[in-house]
Ligand binder design. Sequence first.
Ligand SMILES: Nc1nc2c(ncn2[C@@H]2O[C@H](COP(=O)(O)OP(=O)(O)OP(=O)(O)O)[C@@H](O)[C@H]2O)c(=O)[nH]1
Ligand SMILES: [Mg+2]
Length: 368
Amino acid sequence: MKETEQHTDKAVVVTYPDEFAKKEIVDLAKAAGYKVEALITQKQIIKSEYGVGVGKAQELQEIVADNDAKTLIIDETVTSSQANKLATVTQAEVVDRERLILNIFARRAQTTEAKLQVQLAELRYEMPRAKDAVRYSVRGERAGFSGMGEAAVDVKFRALKRQMGFIKDKLEKSRTSKEIHIVERRKLGLPFVSLAGYTSSGKTTLFNRLASESKEESPKLFTTLTTTTRVITFANSKQKVLLSDTVGFITRLPTYLVESFKSTLDELTYADLVLLMVDVSEDIDSVGVKLNSCRKTLEELGVDPQKVLLVLNKIDLLADRGQNKIELVPMFKDFSLIKISAVRGDGMHQLRTRILELTRTKKTARPA
Ligand SMILES: Nc1nc2c(ncn2[C@@H]2O[C@H](COP(=O)(O)OP(=O)(O)OP(=O)(O)O)[C@@H](O)[C@H]2O)c(=O)[nH]1
Ligand SMILES: [Mg+2]
């Protein structure tokens, strides 16, 4: 399906009551191509039988029917048994948070590498669910043949493992060739600068500006899935650096998804400098949640916090156009930072100067 194509599958969404969760899941649902007809909030969505309580499950059936929705999106990870039960009660296809993110990635994946990474993530998603799915289908066809069920589960598991091994091999090969590239670039002595940050924070917009590129920028979540690297030269200096744009982060990102995209995100681990982009035009609570989730993901990837420069982006949208002291907000105190507008160009001179300074010191500190 083309990225521009819209499909308007109607969906009912169940999420937590806080504003951040509500906005995020609606954005995710839209990015996956759904039209959100109703948003239901629940303090708990990980209850035993249906994820939600029994009464709520029945209520959801009515809401789904009233809105003529085909899909019920649950902003949590649900087991296949919960999903099956909920689907039976509500008569809707149940899509959990992980499935939703995977669907977006699958829609966006364009390069061979991104497609392989999505396939790997899909298999990782399937693994814990395979057992239940096979047991259901075997039981349905041959009631009482439980031994048969176990054998079928084994067969399914082995098949999934084989497929995973096959994809990992292919990815490993592309990774090896990428590592060779990195070694080659290092031989050129060029420092590596990598963009990181929450999805939609403006990484590609900044990348395009610094590298005179025209990669797709969009308010939709997860616009970029594949890493692009360019050599950039700074006008007033002979120094060149390599700049990489890559996939964005999100809260509650399952670890296996980060792992599946590891070869893409590896650029961050190798980087001499990581520009961590933060959209400061949002309310301060959202900024905090996103910053924390980015820190956590960078930590999981093994990125040295010393290498991180915080880039506070979209200051053009602040009421005082960035004149206020946003940088004094306590959550930023652990970082060295800079304020910019990637769209309007504010702070670009300072940013370039900082990149040059920081990569110069990094270069000498880096082992050969
Ligand atoms: N007003 C304003 N909008 C910006 C700025 N920087 C980026 N944007 C907008 O924010 C949206 C997201 O920008 P992208 O550059 O696609 O964000 P990204 O971080 O690459 O997002 P993903 O690829 O999804 O991870 C786009 O609509 C941009 O036009 C800025 O400085 N000011
Ligand atoms: Mg992008």
